[in-house]
Design a protein around this ligand. Structure first.
Ligand code: 5CA
Length: 450
């Protein structure tokens, strides 16, 4: 992509109404534009990161054996009246009437609709276990939408639903989700800690939230500092193995880590004092096991081997896909702008031409651009006739992890400069060597973008 042809409306001024750094940086970097309270347009740069995050979520869900599908954003109220949540959900649900005066709603979550699909099509234990998921826009009429995409009214969520014959099977599905979520967040460069939480309007008391520690987080959290030493890493996992998934759950949830809703001061005080932490966190996901709450209400039953009809055991599992952009920026930025982790960066590298119009510099930039594209990488080439300082400031603001700087002086010695956004360190390399180094860096971060 050439910057001269792209749409990147960066702001020079810091937007006055944005209270937290991720919101300010997303506006300044031209990633989003508010269209009304808590509702945003995703401008090209923001949309690109959203898609990268979405694709990581898809890859990890499919790796865990979960099946992608898609349900509508607008639903009839009938199913929600059947489950009892039409009245129980409260003011957060956006209710709409169609031209025939029928009650509709913009889906805040989809337990009812997926359970209806299940009950219409599945009647035997032979079709279990089954886990399906979607990544779809949701709407919750939050009383105080704020912090940009962190607490929106319209937001993008992955929601997955498991159907199992027994509680044991459903808990295996729960554990599978926990493992897949650990992998998902780590690929985005995030540490998200599973913490005991509260079921809220989804229901059930068997639930964990995944929290990214950040001062600006909306949740108060209490934990044993030993949990922050845990990483999933690149270990192999067999998602069909009950023992392996259970082992990971135990490893990641046996130390004290709770949100304020479930916090227990007495238990907390049993941790050695130097390891007790009280902090704030951003909730980027939540998993639930709620047994037969929805299958009882909606009559989702299957026949067992003995011919007996039983309600299926269910859980639902969410990831805040659009919220993750804010969480990643909160966790990874400096005073110049965003610092994208390699796994989600909108472009893999920036190319800065220090002397646009100089035949040699232009040719070198174009050759580097071509070589990166041929290797399946996406460079953003700043080919504008601007001062070097302005070009650097834009690259720093939008946070591409690597920058190749090309100028006539370096080219005389056969070199360009490769700079890390995170460390600020530069090295001089032949153009081919800089390209080779980027290919190597990104070998483990292949996510298809737009
Ligand atoms: N049905 C379940 C699981 S699929 C459910 O809806 N869970 S949830 O309420 O916890 O939402 C899942 C995730 O969506 C949350 O962990 C959070 O990361 C994200 N989320 C929730 N509300 C908002 C919001 N207003 N703005 C942005 N993200 C949100």
């Amino acid at each position: 992509m050439r910057l001269s042809r792209y749409f990147l409306p960066v702001l020079k001024e810091t937007p006055a109404d944005a209270q937290i750094v991720s919101h300010r940086l997303m506006l300044r970097a031209g990633m989003i534009k508010q269209s009304s309270a808590g509702i945003y347009s995703w401008l090209p740069l923001g949309f690109k990161v959203l898609r990268k995050i979405e694709n990581i979520v898809h890859e990890e869900q499919m790796r865990a054996g979960h099946i992608p599908m898609q349900m509508p954003t607008l639903q009839s109220a009938d199913l929600w009246k059947e489950s009892g949540r039409y009245d129980a959900y409260g003011e957060e649900m956006l209710r709409i009437k169609d031209r025939h005066d029928r009650d509709m709603l913009y889906t805040p979550t989809a337990e009812e609709l997926i359970t209806d699909i299940f009950r219409s099509n599945v009647s035997s234990y032979k079709d279990l276990p089954l886990t399906m998921y979607q990544i779809q826009w949701k709407f919750r009429d939050e009383i105080r939408p704020r912090f940009g995409v962190m607490r929106g009214r319209e937001f993008y969520m992955k929601d997955g639903y498991n159907f199992d014959l027994t509680k044991e099977d459903a808990l295996h599905a729960y554990n599978r989700h926990l493992v897949s979520y650990l992998r998902t967040y780590e690929r985005m460069g995030l540490q998200a800690i599973p913490m005991r939480a509260d079921g809220g309007p989804i229901g059930g008391d068997y639930t964990h939230e995944f929290l990214v520690l950040a001062e600006t987080g909306e949740s108060e959290v209490f934990y044993d500092s030993a949990v922050t030493d845990l990483t999933f890493g690149d270990r192999e996992i067999d998602y069909d193995s009950v023992a392996q998934c259970q082992g990971v759950l135990e490893e990641f949830t046996s130390k004290y880590a709770r949100t304020d809703e479930t916090h227990d001061e007495a238990l907390f005080n049993e941790i050695p004092e130097e390891r007790r932490r009280v902090a704030r966190g951003i909730e980027v996901g939540q998993i639930f096991y709620f047994g037969t709450k929805y299958s009882d209400a909606l009559g989702a039953q299957v026949q067992t081997t003995e011919g007996e009809k039983v309600s299926v055991h269910m859980g639902s599992h969410g990831i805040g896909v659009s919220r993750l952009l804010g969480a990643i920026i909160e966790a990874s930025h400096d005073d110049k702008g965003i610092i994208w982790p390699e796994g989600v960066t909108p472009f893999h590298a920036g190319i800065v031409n220090l002397k646009q119009g100089d035949a040699e510099a232009d040719a070198a930039c174009e050759a580097i651009e071509k070589a990166l594209v041929a290797a399946g990488l996406e460079p953003l080439y700043d080919d504008r006739k601007e001062r070097a300082g302005g070009k650097f400031a834009t690259m720093d603001l939008i946070g591409l992890p690597w920058r190749i700087t090309v100028g006539p002086r370096g080219l005389k010695n056969g070199v360009v400069e490769l700079t890390s956004r995170r460390t600020g360190e530069s090295e001089e390399l032949a153009p081919e060597a800089a390209v080779a180094k980027l290919i190597e860096i990104y070998a483990n971060h292949r996510v298809v973008g737009l």
